[in-house]
Design a protein around this ligand. Sequence first.
Ligand code: SF4
Ligand code: SF4
Length: 478
Amino acid sequence: GRNMAPFVEAEWGREAYALMRRVKSLADPEALLNPGVLISEDPEEHLHHLKALPEVDGEVDACMECGYCEQRCPSRDLTLTPRQRIVARREIGRLSSEGDAHARAAIEVDFPYAALDTCAVDGLCATACPVSIDTGQLTKKLRASRHGAVGKGVSRWVAGHMRLVEAGLRGGLAIAGLVERLGGASLLGALTRLPRVVGVGTPLWVPPMPSPARAPAGREPVDPTAVYFPSCLSRTLGSLPGEPAGPSLLETMTALGARAGERLLVPPDAGGHCCGVPFSSKGYVEAHQLAVNRTVAAMWRWSREGQLPVVVDTSPCTYGLRTCRTILTPDNQRRFDRLTIMDAVEFASDRLLPRLDVRRKERRVVLQPVCSLVKMNLTPHLERVARACAEEVVVPLDAGCCGFAGDRGWLVPELTASATNREAAQAQAAGAGGHYSSSRTCEIALTRATGQVYRSHLFLLEWATRNDASFGNFPRGK
Ligand code: SF4
Ligand code: SF4
């Protein structure tokens, strides 16, 4: 604003500029608000009182603190916006260089929670930033700097034993569900809060929680047309309370494929493979590399060396896989370049829907286009599927990042509550018969916020195109 001030009149003309000055003086007759910014008599305003922008990290040094990113940020009403994260980081740098340890310590007390723990690292800020700054990348780096040797070792072990970890998570969900039924959700919530008393930030039990998913069975048809890779979220998190009983996501996808003439290969060893996003979002760089390199090598094998597209049923995982090239080994980079990685939304829109007959329609549905879907420019594909299956499709005006970010919704549930506040009110007001998305954790976030069950868009497509005789005895629930 200060840089532009001497030139606003030249840009808008004398008459418009005079109006601006009158409006400003009505609101601020003594020129107390942002003096010298945009409205100024000084032709050299752009040369004075410039804010110092100390260098802190190459990811964010180009930031001019314009604030365009702020509206996209899921933590904007809870803690900080992307701009404020950068400003706080710069202020820490400035105070360090000036040797003001007291003021610096005051900021550093709040920085871990306000700037790091409540950042969803969804990168939506970059989509609004004129210089494409993704403040989430800075968050990941700073999170990485907090990890010690033990944490890094544990993350590498987890990345190398994902099949065991998935089985453990399914078992944990089953036991916790039993405890909830016997003792109530508040007892379980209190139990999961206990480690926090001694400063251990474990996930919290926050209803509604999913039941464990059934471990996926492999499927190897003759002459497959595509590989279906169910994500570790789909392999672990099952149905939510109130969700219609019926086929699982995997069964739904393969049934849709069969009806549309797609012979889907489900790798028998899909379990244990992961896109690596759970590690990268926490700043575990080596575990991320380990997980995603294993998965790309497996995808190469599953896809018959790139001949078959690989369809991923969880949009954040698709995005993570599509953008992992820089951390792959040279061999895996060569494989990656010949792989076709499709999101299930894209597959449903482009390869399933055109070959299916829509037999029934929902009156109105609400959609939650998740951040990664937005970043892959696939929201229109989700809307196309929904429009084919419903008379009316509602995307809430404030639909955005739900702040769940894989596990933030269990670690920092207030972030999800804050991020979904406006969208939830609009979704509830829509009075829709169904709510759909493309990521299980985002569906949990919106279900928690609205009290309406959110499910994969594949369930809607399957229901709308179902030929009852072709789908066994599953009930009609969508
Ligand atoms: S939009 Fe970009 S340049 Fe503007 S404040 Fe946000 S990060 Fe900085
Ligand atoms: S990555 Fe997401 S949560 Fe973090 S600053 Fe950017 S928009 Fe906000």
